[in-house]
Design a protein around this ligand. Structure first.
Ligand code: C2G
Length: 131
């Protein structure tokens, strides 16, 4: 089984997230999502509209997602990859280069995927304020 992993907050789930999850899943046959907890979001200086439990339920309803685990800190990726025998780490190219160290540490393939243009949770929040 070729396991793939990705991480994120996935708040106000939108088609940019779905495009990322679909492409990530297509790189293997099992996709794990490390979902940022509400506490870790604070470390990322992000606040999410939906709490962790709701964001998790939404992700679990997506056909491309096989497993959701909590993302509680920056350092856990190495153990997550080793403990789950993950072959490929995938994330949007807004993180280009930031996770190359994972290959040296675990041998995992690191893939940065093009972000979907013109959609973001921040933009959704802004647009809604103007309604
Ligand atoms: N994404 C995308 N296109 C968009 C918006 C988001 O491809 N228009 C991708 C991001 O690149 C990321 C994933 O969707 O790979 C989740 O986005 P966020 O929830 O914003 O993720 P982020 O807060 O960057 O968390 O340890 C890693 C962090 O937890 C990543």
């Amino acid at each position: 089984m070729k396991k793939v992993i990705t991480y994120g907050t996935f708040d106000l789930l939108h088609y940019g997230h779905i495009n990322l999850l679909r492409r990530a899943r297509e790189m293997g046959d099992y996709l794990i999502v490390g979902l940022s907890t509400d506490e870790f979001n604070r470390e990322k200086e992000k606040t999410s509209y939906f709490p962790y439990s709701e964001r998790k339920a939404l992700l679990q309803a997506i056909r491309y997602v096989d497993e959701v685990i909590p993302e509680v800190n920056w350092a856990q990726k190495i153990n997550d990859i080793k403990d789950n025998d993950v072959v490929t780490f995938v994330i949007g190219n807004d993180w280009e280069g930031k996770f190359d160290y994972l290959t040296e540490k675990t041998g995992v393939e690191v893939v940065y995927l093009e972000r979907t243009p013109a959609i973001s949770t921040t933009q959704i929040k802004k647009d809604l304020q103007e309604v």
